[in-house]
Design a protein around this ligand. Structure first.
Ligand code: IPD
Length: 271
């Protein structure tokens, strides 16, 4: 998997130097490039040569539809060929290839490779998390009033009611925490929490392929991942909250309170 991702990262790096052409998917802000599709093909075909009977979930649907797929106990590769496609198109360097391997509904392996910033994050369950092969740890921050929090102001939450919740939460976080930042890549946000550069992250929207690798990185670096309303994290639920410590996670959950957003789950067939 690492060898394939390295190859894909070279391809991604070369593509950023070219004029970037994109298409739109669900709406005018949902973007995709030929490089997203090429990288997904490269990874899925490469992995399938070794693991033909595993399940594959990829953002661009190389292996069938991307949503409407159940997470089962079967060995499953979950792939986002370019997380932060909008950043990639603009040359804003917070973007990465994200690959997670899940078994028995648990994350086993993770890799997030950002070739633009030369950051390769890897993790294996019970074996720790690494950045460019050096071990990483979360910050250990326990207090929201001292925390740097990440969030994505997602275009899927632009509908007035959702926008009010999204902005209301952002305002409360800004008033309580040291600061609220956004990278434009859910996977990179999770990597930043894992390496201790950010203390917490929450989002109402990410797909399974955005978080499948990052959640293992955070946990293996000593952090916690949960639902933004405080329950267990559900990979298909399109909601995530990660924190350096359970104490910080609980304060974030408390602050978000009932200002919650629920999008259709990834395992529901798309309409
Ligand atoms: C998106 C990015 C964005 C986050 C969305 C993701 P994509 O992934 O991670 O920051 O807000 O939830 O879907 O579409 O660039 O792969």
């Amino acid at each position: 998997m690492c060898r394939l991702v390295d190859k894909a990262a070279k391809h991604m790096n070369a593509a950023t130097k070219k004029m970037r052409v994109f298409e739109t998917k669900d709406n005018y802000l949902d973007l995709v490039t030929e490089t997203d599709r090429e990288i997904e093909r490269l990874l899925i075909e490469g992995l399938k040569a070794h693991f033909p009977n595993y399940i594959y979930i990829g953002e661009e649907g190389t292996s069938g539809t991307s949503s409407g797929r159940k997470l089962t106990d079967q060995p499953t590769w979950i792939i986002d060929p370019i997380d932060g496609t909008t950043n990639f198109i603009h040359g804003f360097p917070y973007t990465c290839i994200s690959v997670g391997f899940w078994l028995n509904k648990k994350p086993e392996l993770a890799i997030c490779h950002n070739p633009l910033l030369e950051m390769k994050f890897t993790a294996r369950r019970n074996c720790g998390a690494y950045l460019n092969e050096s071990p990483i740890r979360v910050s250990g921050q326990t207090k929201l009033e001292r925390a740097l929090i990440m969030n994505e102001l997602n275009s899927a939450n632009f509908e007035p009611k959702l926008m009010a919740i999204q902005m209301g939460n952002a305002q409360k976080m800004l008033q309580k925490a040291h600061t609220l930042q956004t990278t434009g890549s859910a996977a990179m946000d999770l990597c930043l929490v894992a390496m201790g550069a950010a203390d917490g992250y929450y989002e109402f929207y990410p797909h399974s392929w955005d978080t499948a690798a990052g959640v293992l990185l955070v946990r293996e670096a000593g952090g916690v991942v949960m639902d933004p309303a405080g329950g267990e994290f559900d990979l298909m639920g399109r909601r995530v909250l990660a924190a350096a410590t359970p104490q910080l996670g609980c304060q974030m959950v408390e602050l978000l309170g009932d200002m919650q957003i629920y999008h259709p789950r990834d395992d529901e067939p798309s309409k």
